[in-house]
Design a protein around this ligand. Structure first.
Ligand SMILES: Cc1cc2nc3c(=O)[nH]c(=O)nc-3n(C[C@H](O)[C@H](O)[C@H](O)COP(=O)(O)OP(=O)(O)OC[C@H]3O[C@@H](n4cnc5c(N)ncnc54)[C@H](O)[C@@H]3O)c2cc1C
Length: 415
């Protein structure tokens, strides 16, 4: 894996192929809003169209097996695809969809029939998926699920699901399917009582309620313009006696915790997660510090301010390099269970520090719309909102707990 910013000769020739593809396939009218609240349904549909076209080429899930519609490409090539998309303002491949979290467990624990049924529609960008893990009593304590999926007494191939999930979703409702974590056994010990489903979202007894005040902007918006173009609000989903067939169960009745930890590793930045590129907000901030004479003067006169800007720059580089390292670790088949949460944790730390540094350097100018002073396109507003939002994909405390277990200095790691 090459960690440099420049392409190797081979990467450059692949980049040429990607650029050609982009020229021929990106639909007209694509607008890159940094603020998810400004995104429209029309823009979201355009992104989905790009996703479907990428899926046909095998580049939407570029690293996964070609037999199911993936691209079979290594991290060096996935990096090029992401970078070329980033250049046209469309980043964060594969386009945000929670199915990407389920792919590893389906490949590892799914039956051959499930792999054939689940993976091609995901890899081709045909289906949309929400992650349904969080409940009022199961946020950081993810194992404390109260949504029951109990086998039907007479029709044993069906589970009956009752309960609710909160803070979920992110693209237009309803999605096609849910990645649904449930409690399959009320008596079994913790961590051995869970079941994970990739279940259709339109089953009788499912109700989806929007939470319009809960914006879903995350650090993805800070690290690069996202491609999901979601309406950016979260939802609550209720299950009332919903019948789910066992063919939608990933792994066994009690494998839910194993599937959850595998999905969370990808969500935190391990496995085949999207590779973070340059942090565009930091890049613009540095450019502004360089080009605005008043800011330059302030930095020259205040060593602490200057240090805070340099700190942000250095840390954003660490995130980029750790992302590349994680992709390389996943590709080379090594197991390093702490590297996902390590990247996730650090990304969140930077988010908070970036907000602080921007506020200290730009002061009241963060409040005005001026390309000379603020970072353009409401970027400060977006950075502030996203950078201080630590909860998605686990809080920093949760990630530290996972790292401590991986280092065998916390509680016993679970299977
Ligand atoms: C923008 C956004 C998008 C989200 N998207 C999704 C989604 O798509 N799907 C989904 O399932 N969920 C989603 N979530 C939910 C998210 O995963 C949870 O908010 C998160 O896991 C934290 O859970 P909680 O909100 O219940 O906080 P709590 O678990 O109540 O935690 C509150 C505070 O206590 C701390 N804390 C709790 N337990 C411990 C402990 N043992 N040790 C130390 N500190 C602790 C936490 O770190 C946190 O600071 C989203 C959340 C947000 C904000």
């Amino acid at each position: 894996m090459d960690f440099s910013l420049e392409y190797t000769e081979e990467q450059e020739s692949f980049a040429e192929e990607v650029r050609e593809w982009i020229k021929e396939n990106i639909p007209d009218g694509l607008v890159n809003f940094r603020d998810p609240l400004k995104k429209t349904r029309e823009q979201w549909e355009l992104r989905r169209e790009i996703g479907r076209r990428l899926g046909q080429k095998g580049w939407l899930y570029a690293g996964y097996p070609p037999e199911y519609g993936g691209g079979g490409l290594d991290a060096d090539h996935r990096f090029v695809i992401q970078r070329e998309f980033e250049k046209i303002g469309v980043g964060y491949l594969p386009f945000y969809d929670s199915a990407r979290l389920a792919v590893g467990p389906i490949l590892a624990l799914g039956t051959d029939e499930q792999k054939q049924r689940f993976l091609p529609p995901i890899f081709c960008g045909e289906v949309t998926t929400w992650q349904l893990f969080t409940e009022p009593e199961a946020g950081t304590d993810e194992a404390n699920q109260q949504t029951d999926a109990l086998r039907h007494e007479k029709e044993g191939e069906y589970f009956i699901v009752n309960g609710s999930k909160i803070f979920v979703g992110g693209i237009y409702a309803p999605p096609n399917q849910f990645l649904l974590l449930t409690r399959s056994d009320r008596e079994a010990p913790r961590h051995e009582n869970l079941a994970m489903f990739l279940a259709p979202a339109d089953l009788p007894g499912v109700t989806i309620n929007p939470l319009p005040l809960f914006v879903s902007g995350t650090l993805a918006q800070v690290n690069g313009p996202t491609a999901d173009s979601s309406p950016a609000i979260k939802h609550q989903v209720f299950f009332d006696d919903v019948r789910v067939h066992e063919s939608f169960l990933i792994g066994g009745d009690r494998d839910g915790w194993r599937v959850t930890t595998a999905t969370l590793d990808v969500e935190h930045g391990g496995g085949q997660a999207a590779i973070p590129l340059e942090n565009t907000a930091v890049k613009r901030f540095i450019e502004q510090c360089r080009s605005n004479p008043t800011i330059q003067k302030r930095l020259r006169e205040n060593a602490q301010l200057l240090e805070s800007v340099v700190d942000i720059f250095v840390r954003s580089e660490i995130v980029r390099l750790w992302g590349l390292r994680n992709a390389w670790i996943a590709d080379s088949g090594q197991r390093a269970p702490y590297v996902g949460p390590q990247l996730g944790l650090y990304t969140k730390i930077i988010g908070g520090e970036l907000v602080e540094s921007l506020a200290r350097v730009l002061g009241p100018y963060t409040l005005i719309e001026s390309t000379e002073w603020s970072l353009a396109e409401d970027i400060f507003e977006v950075v502030q909102r996203a950078g201080l939002c630590f909860a998605p994909a686990g809080t920093p405390e949760a990630q530290k707990i996972i790292i401590s277990r991986a280092l065998a200095i916390g509680r016993e790691p679970r299977r």
